[in-house]
Design a binder for this molecule. Structure first.
Ligand code: PBG
Length: 346
């Protein structure tokens, strides 16, 4: 009877002795810190982290309401931040521009300006922190009046091949400005091949391409669109070019194409709801894989932490480690700087 149960009683001990002991006890390795450390399968280091940064000028600089702790920095502030990131051991930054509405048009032509905000930002950061990798988006959305990543035809459809011509030019402008890594985030068909061919022609054999290979049409990008000012501009959604969250085989197809076209690193975006995609890609292709813990994921964790509902440090470090376990070699996260600080203090 349950009421008679007393583990210390001789009768009960006999009962335990006669039950089958487990020979394999996974808990043995978990019992002490040293054996947990020795048997740990995955680790997270600052060098595997990439910090996304927003660049703005004049009145457009300042805090981002839907991403507490993240700011739009002017070039001086950007350089100061990059120095700190490099000192913390962060490997690279990914820079996103906030373009004044007056410079936007339906073709996103400001994206081709060699003296534009991002080319100047690249030059400043590479001058101040030559060892810090500089990654820049190849996409038109910060520059278009309609907020789409490409050029629209008369029907309002994002026209693939016309957009490719703009992306090729943008790629050359940013590579010449000194970007180490170009990150096409537009999801046009054939963009990696188009960009790779212009880079080769420009004798930029070592400019890397980190393709947003499996980029989903996700609602988790909301705060990013607030940050760069495309949320109000965007007409409709991006489902005719970004992937359907229901699809997984299609991600492998996209990745296969991007690798064949000359991508060096493939990315999955968003992050946490898509860990299965990261694992499939890593298993299938064995190439360097990046995960992007996007703005909405940052906002969720931050909001819960600010309310005292989650322990910020613990959930952030757990989430970043889980990207590594899922198969990501590197992680883009708005928490990268904070995580690097925590790793240093540990
Ligand atoms: C733009 C771009 C987006 C993000 C990175 N590059 C937004 C979008 O596709 O609408 C999202 C990043 C984030 O949410 O943190 N091509």
């Amino acid at each position: 009877m349950a009421g008679d149960y007393n583990p210390a009683s001789p009768a009960c001990e006999t009962a335990v002795v006669h039950s089958a002991y487990p020979a394999t006890r996974p808990r043995r390795l978990r019992a002490a810190a040293f054996s947990r450390e020795l048997s740990r399968e995955t680790r997270l280091a600052a060098g595997q982290l990439i910090q996304p940064l927003f660049v703005a000028e004049g009145d457009l600089r300042g805090p981002i309401t839907s991403m507490p702790g993240q700011v739009r920095r002017n070039l001086d502030e950007l350089v100061a931040e990059c120095r700190e990131l490099a000192a913390l051991g962060i490997s690279a930054v990914a820079m996103f521009p906030v373009i004044p509405p007056a410079l936007k048009n339906e073709f996103g032509s400001e994206s081709l300006n060699p003296d534009g905000l991002i080319p100047r930002a690249i030059a400043r950061v590479k001058e101040a922190c030559p060892g810090l990798g500089v990654i820049v988006d190849i996409a038109l959305d910060p520059y278009t009046s309609h907020g789409h990543d490409g050029i629209l035809d008369e029907a309002g459809y994002v026209a693939n091949d016309i957009t490719l011509e703009a992306l090729r030019k943008q790629a050359v402008v940013l590579a010449r400005a000194g970007a180490d890594v170009l990150a096409p985030s537009d999801m046009m068909d054939g963009r990696v091949g188009a960009i790779r061919s212009v880079l080769e022609r420009d004798m930029r054999h070592n400019t890397m391409i980190l393709s947003y290979a499996a980029k989903y049409a996700s609602a988790f990008y909301g705060p990013f669109r607030d940050a760069v000012g495309t949320a109000t501009a965007l007409k409709g959604d991006k489902r005719t070019y970004q992937m359907d969250p229901a699809n997984s085989d299609e991600a492998l197809r996209e990745v296969g194409l991007d690798i064949a076209e000359g991508a060096d690193i493939v990315m999955v975006k968003p992050g946490m709801p898509y860990l299965d995609i990261i694992r499939r890609i890593k298993d299938e292709f064995g190439v360097p894989v990046a995960a992007y813990q996007v703005s909405g994921e940052y906002a969720m964790l931050k909001a819960a932490a600010q309310n005292g509902w989650l322990d910020e440090k613990k959930v952030v470090m757990e989430s970043l480690l889980c990207f590594r376990r899922a198969g990501a070699d590197m992680v883009l996260s708005y928490f990268s700087k904070q995580a690097a600080q925590w790793l240093k203090d540990a």
